[in-house]
Design a protein around this ligand. Structure first.
Ligand code: COA
Length: 372
């Protein structure tokens, strides 16, 4: 059995930002248009008028202040409310591969490793651009990595589940190095016309490089333990898949985009995650006082505050549990990796921390690390 370390991380951040105010202006214009078009049905009680959204609500309910997206114009066009993301020709890199490669190259540069020395690429994300060939294989080819590649989807927990998968292969000697890449183009599976959730997601790609923990001289993070758990729930669901081709009126199917019962998710996921982390820490011999930092899934600030307090047994000090969701919104599986990538450099040798993601499935994944 080999020990495993994280030696590099990378984040691709799109250049376009949508602020809450811009988003709400577009949403409200869309709602007004819809209400005008459906005035008769609303007046006769056959349809309900769409209510306006509000920036104050978004910040209070989620902590989100803005989000990065690949295409701002399409999302903010009240007659469209969806990004312009054209399917790429087969001989050009796909959207996910393109942003995944950018994040992967940053992770490789950080570790000073050549792509050809990587022998596993996992593309782990919530939504795949196509069924096959695997996006991971496309990224492997674009990077010039060796070995093999595949895709996996565990929704918001894809990154941590990918890390455990890669770490297990390194531990058991079947590979030496792996890139776990999370291209999350959430703008393409968010229903921007739904007031309850239109503010939730943003786009990003993250990458994590894992290696055998042998002879490493540069700063790295030893993986002390990984743990994954799942429990079936319909409270976060997206029915889009191959059955879509068999459905009539597919344009109008609300269940072909992200759907959630946010309140229930809140209530059910919090105890699941708190218990999962406590069990993982206890079994790894880590006490709350041993943890210098928590890099949590970035869906909701109140949720993170609650989990931080449960794990540490007190309110986290500023900087102990960095949030990035105010800038990025929820970026599905990439959120905890963005936080880890941006807020881990300052840890000293021996400092320990916990990466944790959770979401649809339900799924929870945790990775306990120590600065080496
Ligand atoms: N603008 C203004 N008001 C809004 C609104 C908007 N955009 N969206 C909803 N509201 C209103 C509702 O109409 C409701 O009003 P009412 O109480 O008068 O009926 C009220 O706000 C509360 O709505 P609710 O959906 O219960 O809000 P919330 O406080 O639960 O926050 C979420 C919504 C989605 C931010 C929150 O539930 C959440 O983050 N849940 C967990 C999400 C999660 O982890 N998901 C995982 C995805 S990967």
């Amino acid at each position: 059995m080999h020990n495993v370390a994280i030696t590099g991380t990378g984040v691709f951040t799109p250049s376009e930002i949508i602020t809450n105010d811009e988003l709400v202006t577009a949403f409200n214009a869309y709602a007004d248009l819809w209400n005008a078009e459906n005035a008769q049905a609303i007046a006769s009680g056959q349809a309900e008028a769409k209510e306006h959204s509000s920036s104050d609500f978004i910040v209070a309910a989620s902590g989100i202040e803005q989000r990065y997206v690949l295409d701002k114009d399409g999302v903010l066009d009240p007659s469209r409310m969806f990004p312009h993301l054209a399917a790429r020709p087969d001989d050009e890199p796909g959207h996910m591969a393109e942003i995944g490669v950018d994040a992967a190259q940053k992770a490789l540069a950080m570790a000073g490793i050549a792509a050809s020395d990587v022998d596993l690429v996992i593309c782990a994300a919530s939504n795949m651009e196509r069924a096959y060939p695997a996006i991971g294989v496309e990224i492997q080819q674009l990077l010039g990595a060796g070995g093999f590649a595949f895709d996996m989807n565990v929704a918001c927990s894809s990154a941590t589940f990918g890390i455990q998968t890669a770490a297990d292969m390194i531990r058991s000697s079947s590979i030496r190095r792996a890139l776990v890449i999370n291209p999350e183009i959430c703008s393409a599976h968010l229903e921007w016309r739904d007031r309850d959730c239109h503010f939730i997601f943003g786009d990003v790609a993250t990458a994590t490089l894992l290696e055998r923990d042998e002879g490493l001289t540069a700063p790295h993070f030893k993986i002390l333990g990984t743990r994954c758990a799942t429990q079936f729930s319909n409270n976060i669901r997206n029915n889009n898949g191959y059955l879509r081709r068999t459905q009539d009126r597919m344009e109008d199917r609300r269940d072909m985009q992200f759907m959630q019962n946010g309140r229930k998710v809140f209530k059910e996921v919090l105890p699941l995650v708190s218990k999962h982390i406590a069990g993982h820490m206890a079994d790894t011999g880590i006490a709350p006082a041993d943890l210098r930092r928590l890099w949590l899934h970035q869906a909701n600030k109140t949720m993170n505050d609650y989990i931080g307090k449960k794990v540490l047994g007190r309110m986290p000090e500023p900087g102990e549990q960095p949030n990035i969701l105010q800038d990025y919104a929820n970026t599905s599986s990439a959120g905890s990796i963005i936080a880890f990538s941006k807020y881990s450099d300052d840890l000293a040798k021996g400092d320990k921390g916990l990466i944790c993601s959770f979401g649809a499935g339900y799924s929870v994944g945790s990775v306990i690390v120590e600065r080496g």
